[in-house]
Write a protein that binds this ligand. Structure first.
Ligand code: ADP
Ligand code: MG
Length: 671
């Protein structure tokens, strides 16, 4: 019996059906056995007096009338009968399942799963349950052509055949003991066929621990490897020059900025290799800290490079670096540059006549040769894969690495989830910022918004209008944006310059529009969500977000961060008629706070809104059963033990971890 055997070897499963399972990522029998349900349907029997209107539940009772099938329309029919529960008589209907008639016998005790209609004291049946059926029914993710019951049947067949006995334990025995965890075989069985809720929860706890423990082992090993690199650069930067630079700024650094800069500079100075994440809300002043770190590298005689995800951002950073360091030689490198200009930049970078480099992915192309590259920085770190960051690092002599992220996730979570990096957080905005005033209006009030906009345009305010997001369809998004632009143009006619920006435009075109907006030649910029995080137009003070309820809190917060970047009062207007409670709540929360970290916490509490603040954007992997927020305590515990194991430098030779080492090798986590 071989767990690695292809699925088609399973009894009762032909090659054709087996192939369908590939869609679910199931190729071998092991994959199938480890394909866990994502939730359980509660089939606990309820009394009709406890049911709410529209609730799905199981009720039991005795059949008191014969079943009757009524045909109407083409292939449509309704089967109905009455069920007595205690003193109550309930009408039951099943639609288009006439064959169920045979199962319904007068006087028989039955259990029916269905949807309760309070007003009619009736139930629309979904399923007849066999009396012996368990209270809990697993629900698996399925794909087209594979039904729930097909998945259940296949899994049952694998368990009946005894494959589970081949599943090796993959957690060290002492951890099973320490945390009172089920062994792997018992847990896998209980995930699919739990005896009761308690056993299922035990199984779930074990499987979650396993997932999070492996994740943490991965991070801790990376971290240890990083630390042990004694060949990291020790950059002897000139402290007095950096201090002088800070004093020449038109503002003083916030405490959080100063602390973060200290962290970074001490990493740079030490011989250990820096691998640090700088986290801070939009506008918290990360860029200036990164710039000062680049400057420190320069004073130590080394080049520094900053990689950003888009050309617009690259140009913006290029401009601000040049303004900040007029005495230095700074180069821009993007793939859109003219060949001759690019060639000149490349040779200047290679011969060391350039001190700082800003660019897009172009920075990690093979043709780029740096001259003593000592510091590399990536902005919006999640936009670059691990691979790209690695490539960037290999460009220099093991340069120090700083990553920036504007995704505010709570500090504790960040530290645990990014276990392989050190984290600095700027959790304080520069003094004197006027918080953005956020209002939520309904579509019916749009007229009033427009007339207010007219006044604002007269007073030279600049406005972003974000067009609705239609799922992930770029074509529809574009259609919407165009329609909106026309509407706005018609309304404002000659009184405002209106322009449109969207994702289908060439970079040059977008760039030209952004520049025109920056220079005040455009009053109202209608745009899809392509306006990048980080785009800085201080005079833009108003942001209108259409159908704002379609966006998650994270995206709304990032969009809103495009305004409020100067010293004028800024406004965000959310136009939305949300249909769900979660949507309403999101709008309300947005009007109450501009604190990204607080919003993050709120979103964590809200859960179920379908979107967890920033997690998806943060580059943390998704797990099969574990949830990084809900299971935070397990994650934290897993981090502790993983760190303990890895800090022992001989842990790989320790017999207690033999199986673990083998597993990590198999997963290519260890060399
Ligand atoms: P981030 O990169 O975190 O979004 P930026 O570095 O772009 O933020 O800063 C936003 C704006 O605030 C910039 O115009 C910057 O010059 C300014 N700024 C940064 N730090 C301070 C500070 N301590 N006091 C006042 N203004 C600051
Ligand atoms: Mg920035």
């Amino acid at each position: 019996m071989n767990l690695q055997a292809p699925l088609a070897q399973l009894k009762g499963l032909g090659p054709k059906s087996a192939e369908k399972f590939h869609k679910l990522g199931i190729y071998t029998i092991e994959d199938l056995v480890l394909y866990y349900p994502f939730r359980y349907e509660d089939f606990k029997v309820k009394s009709i007096f406890d049911l709410l209107d529209g609730e799905k539940a199981v009720i039991t009772g005795t059949v008191v009338t014969p079943a009757n099938v009524h045909y109407y329309g083409f292939k449509r029919n309704r089967l109905s009968f009455k069920l007595k529960q205690g003193e109550a008589v309930i009408a039951i209907s099943f639609f288009n399942q006439p064959y169920l008639k045979d199962k319904i016998e007068l006087g028989k005790e039955m259990a029916i799963f269905g949807k309760w209609d309070q007003a009619k004291s009736s139930m629309v049946g979904i399923k007849i349950l066999i009396q012996a059926e368990a209270d809990m029914q697993p629900v698996y993710h399925v794909a087209q052509g594979i039904s729930q019951s097909a998945v259940i049947k296949a899994i049952k067949s694998a368990f009946d055949a005894g494959y589970i006995r081949e599943l090796p334990e993959n957690l060290p025995g002492i951890l099973l003991e320490k945390y009172h965890l089920l062994d792997r075989q018992t847990a896998a069985r209980a995930m699919h066929f739990p005896k009761d809720l308690a056993e299922y929860q035990q199984a779930l706890r074990r499987i979650k621990f396993e997932e999070l423990f492996y994740f943490q082992m991965h991070l801790q090993i990376l971290r240890a490897e990083n630390r042990s690199q004694t060949n990291g650069l020790a950059i002897s930067y000139q402290k007095s020059k950096v201090t002088e630079k800070i004093q020449s700024l038109s503002f003083s650094l916030t405490n959080a900025q100063q602390q973060s800069l200290d962290d970074i500079l001490s990493d740079m100075q030490s011989g250990a290799h820096m691998n640090r994440l700088l986290q801070g809300d939009v506008g918290s002043g990360k860029t200036i800290i990164a710039s000062l770190a680049m400057y420190a590298a320069y004073t130590g005689g080394l080049q520094a490079a900053l990689m950003v995800p888009t050309e617009i951002l690259a140009e913006q950073h290029y401009d601000s670096l040049r303004a900040l360091f007029p005495e230095l030689s700074i180069s821009l490198l993007t793939s859109g540059m003219k060949a001759a200009v690019k060639q000149a930049a490349l040779s200047a970078i290679a011969d060391g006549s350039v001190d700082m480099i800003v660019g897009t992915h172009a920075l990690i192309q093979e043709s780029v040769n740096y001259h003593k590259l000592g510091l590399v920085i990536t902005d919006e770190q999640h936009r670059f894969g691990v691979k790209q960051r690695q490539l960037f690092r290999e460009k220099g002599e093991n340069p120090d690495v700083l990553m920036m992220s504007a995704t505010p996730i709570p500090r504790t979570l960040a530290i645990t989830a990014f276990g392989e990096m050190d984290v600095s957080v700027i959790d304080e905005l520069p003094a004197g910022r006027k918080p953005i005033i956020t209002r939520w209006v309904k579509h019916e009030q749009l007229d009033r918004v427009f007339s207010w906009l007219s006044q604002q345009v007269k007073q030279k305010a600049q406005i972003y209008i974000i067009s609705p997001l239609i799922e992930e369809s770029e074509t529809l998004d574009l259609k919407n944006a165009v329609a909106l632009e026309e509407e706005i143009k018609a309304y404002f006619a000659a009184s405002a310059h209106v322009a449109l920006m969207h994702g289908r435009m060439e970079n040059e075109e977008k760039e030209a529009i952004m520049q025109a907006f920056k220079k005040g030649k455009i009053d109202i910029l209608v745009s899809t969500t392509v306006i990048e995080v980080g785009v800085n137009v201080p005079n833009a003070t108003i942001m209108i977000i259409m159908d704002a309820d379609r966006f998650g809190l994270s995206q709304l917060h990032q969009l809103r961060g495009r305004v409020g970047r100067g010293d004028k009062q800024s406004y965000a207007i959310l136009v939305a008629n949300p249909k769900t409670n979660a949507g309403k709540k999101r709008m309300q929360i947005m009007t109450k706070t501009t604190d990204g970290f607080l919003l993050a916490e709120e979103d964590l509490k809200m859960r179920g809104s379908g979107e967890i603040f920033g997690i998806r954007q943060s580059g943390i992997p998704e797990f099969q059963v574990a949830d990084i927020v809900e299971d935070y305590p397990i994650l934290e515990e897993a981090r502790k033990v993983a760190a303990q194991i890895v800090t022992d430098k001989d842990w790989r030779k320790d017999k207690r971890w033999n199986a673990l080492v083998q597993n990590l090798k198999q997963k290519e986590i260890l060399d």
